[in-house]
Design a protein around this ligand. Structure first.
Ligand SMILES: Nc1ncnc2c1ncn2[C@@H]1O[C@H](COP(=O)(O)OP(=O)(O)O)[C@@H](O)[C@H]1O
Ligand SMILES: [Mg+2]
Length: 215
């Protein structure tokens, strides 16, 4: 089972959006995915309430319940757990990073988001977790993306996919859907699929590496 935490201290950068959309894409690709919503603002849970589909499953919890929830997810045969976290420095964020196999750090290509990332990265490094930035809500193209990639690469790896700012993300969120369900075959769905494919490969490589280390 792979545990992926969506973390960054900056609110509004895309944690919840990426978390729920990747979970929908993962389920469609055959994974069994559980979302753990650790944000008191509970926007993932609100999305889940608006949803009619039975999967992906979502549970809202606090830091003290995390370990038990991960153990239960393992017993119940989930292949992936996605942890959505608050956009503030709270004990739940460190708990999510600690228990995860990989951290995705969404970042908009704006000075405010870029300035907010070092604090999150410091916690990730302290806990020695593999992680990558994912540029989110970007313009479709242009120098801002390249500049942000170069700036972030100083702090850590940057995912080779950028998620463009598209109103379909907001419309799907409001309808309790993923972009794959709201606009199948759309550009947003394609970006999320590419991100899922990249993440899957990354997790496979990490598992292979860990097995080689044991062998
Ligand atoms: N790629 C995107 N395109 C358009 N809107 C987006 C995108 N990603 C996020 N949003 C919107 O931006 C707002 C903040 O995103 P959210 O995922 O809730 O951030 P966080 O969980 O980090 O606070 C939400 O209204 C969401 O719908
Ligand atoms: Mg959120």
């Amino acid at each position: 089972m792979n545990v992926i935490a969506f973390v960054t201290q900056k609110g509004g950068s895309g944690k919840t959006t990426l978390c729920v959309n990747l979970a929908v894409a993962a389920e469609a690709a055959g994974a069994r995915c559980l979302i753990l919503d650790m944000d008191p603002q509970a926007s993932a849970e609100a999305w889940y309430h608006d949803r009619e589909a039975a999967s992906p499953k979502l549970v809202k919890l606090g830091a003290g319940e995390l370990e038990g929830a991960i153990a239960a997810a393992r017993r119940q045969g989930f292949s992936h757990v996605f942890i959505d976290t608050p956009g503030r420095d709270e004990p739940s964020v460190a708990a999510a990073i600690r228990i995860s196999d990989f951290c995705l750090v969404p970042c908009r290509p704006t000075p405010a988001d870029m300035k907010a990332t070092p604090a999150t990265i410091a916690t990730i490094k302290r806990l020695a977790k593999p992680a990558a930035f994912i540029l989110s809500q970007t313009p479709p193209r242009g120098f801002r993306i390249k500049e942000a990639e170069i700036g972030l690469a100083v702090l850590g790896p940057v995912a080779p996919i950028t998620v463009v700012s598209r109103s379909v993300f907001q419309d799907a969120q409001g309808a309790g859907l993923g972009v794959h369900e709201f606009e199948p075959g759309g550009k947003a769905a394609q970006e999320i699929s590419e991100l899922w494919a990249w993440l899957t490969k990354k997790m496979e490589k990490m598992t292979d590496g860990a097995q080689k280390n044991i062998a």
